[in-house]
Design a binder for this molecule. Structure first.
Ligand code: PMP
Length: 381
């Protein structure tokens, strides 16, 4: 009996036990550890400011109780998040905030909380790949909303509302500013979508909002079906510590907490996030620099690409900490490979996909941006 069971089990391939709809999906292609200039993951070029590092080091040396589980409710961090937004004139309460181990985790939580088997979720394309992945993992059915390059990837929110109603969509994602195209959806339009589709949850992913002109965060409480996601991985330069948060009405936040893995945010990450949120001056200084550098980089890369590769080269206007560059004649993959040979990593996309002929370049510090422009000048010579 034991042998039999062992034998039969021995013949089963683990891959065959995976849910059929998930067997074909790829593991998310996060870049490997790489040495050189990392301009492929929209990280901040700056590590935590020295004062924050010192404060954390002192606390670590003094003992942080890392033998104990973290504060599951992230009380101090949620208070610091509210204070941070209050300083910008956005009145939030801790009850409206849920903290995740990165905003990735909040995407997964929204999907698992809201989608029953076969429920449909609207995911923009091209956009952040984790929406489709989160929907599939939860057993839902991703439906794609195609953003059109000829229209500057504009979110046609009126069209989305029609699709949401026609297809009984349960959950819709808007990425604003959109990764990888850099454009934002107008907040008035997002509000109209939320109001027109009260039975659909609208998740507005604002991972790059600090670099943008507009945010929906101050309006979210007016819509019971809207959730804004933010992260400390980008403007705050804390990608290695994995902290993101959602802001919504308190009822939606209470519901989201049901899907939260217990003790999900490490104590050290919570402490670091509180320190960073209080160091608004250095964060905003860095954001101002990225915005300035973004304009300079877009101008230089655009002029080079047009001059060397000719018409068909486009740099799309960006509200985020990266630029998307379309390169004619199959130059995208070759350029990315040549840059990698020079130790500069930028993001290329799946060939044949909606941005297969584009590169996404993270805006780095001035030296990194100079280096990428010089390398492109050599490669396109
Ligand atoms: N949303 C968008 C649009 C992103 O680009 C990213 C990271 N690349 C995330 C969410 C996830 O961020 P994190 O999990 O680091 O908070």
């Amino acid at each position: 009996m034991g042998d039999d069971a062992g034998g039969r089990l021995g013949m089963v391939r683990f891959a065959d036990l995976v849910r059929p709809r998930l067997r074909g999906i790829d593991v998310y292609a996060a870049p490997d550890a790489r040495r050189g200039l990392r301009l492929d993951a929209n990280e901040s070029p700056y590590d935590l400011p020295p004062g924050v590092r010192r404060a954390l080091a002192d606390r670590l040396v003094g003992g942080m109780g890392l033998n104990e589980y973290p504060d599951d409710g992230c009380a101090a961090l949620r208070e610091a998040i509210c204070e941070r937004h209050r300083a910008e004139g956005v009145d939030l309460t801790p009850g409206m905030v849920v903290v995740g181990c990165g905003s990735d985790q909040l995407i997964a939580m929204a999907c698992s909380l809201l989608l029953d088997h076969g429920d449909k979720a609207l995911c923009p394309s091209p956009s952040f790949e984790m929406y489709g992945q989160g929907v599939l993992m939860a057993g839902g059915d991703p439906r794609w909303w195609h953003l059109d390059a000829r229209d500057g990837y504009r979110y046609d929110v009126g069209g989305m509302a029609d699709a949401v109603r026609a297809e009984s969509i349960k959950l819709a994602f808007i990425c604003s500013p959109n990764n990888p195209t850099g454009n934002s959806a107008a907040c008035d339009d997002i509000g109209r979508l939320a109001a027109a589709c009260p039975e659909t949850v609208i998740v507005v992913d604002e991972a790059y909002a600090e670099f943008a002109d507009e945010s929906f965060i101050g309006r979210v409480n007016g819509y019971g079906n809207a959730v804004v996601l933010r992260t400390l991985s980008k403007a705050y330069g804390m990608a290695g510590l994995r902290v993101g948060y959602s802001v919504s009405g308190e009822e939606a936040a209470d519901a989201l907490r049901k899907a939260k893995p217990v003790y999900n945010v490490p104590s050290f990450s919570q402490a670091a996030a509180v320190e960073m949120l209080r160091d608004v001056g250095s964060v905003m200084g860095r954001v101002t620099e990225v915005r300035r550098e973004r304009a300079a980089l877009a101008g230089k890369v655009g002029a080079l690409a047009l001059g060397r590769l000719g018409l068909g080269a486009v740099v799309y206007p960006s509200q985020a900490n990266f630029i998307l560059v379309r390169l004619p004649g199959g130059a995208a993959a070759k350029t990315a490979a040549a840059l990698a040979d020079a130790g500069i990593y930028v993001r290329a996309f799946r060939e044949g996909g909606p941005v297969g002929d584009c590169l996404r370049i993270t805006v780095g510090d001035p030296a990194a941006n100079d280096a990428v422009v010089k390398a492109l000048g050599r490669i396109w010579d």
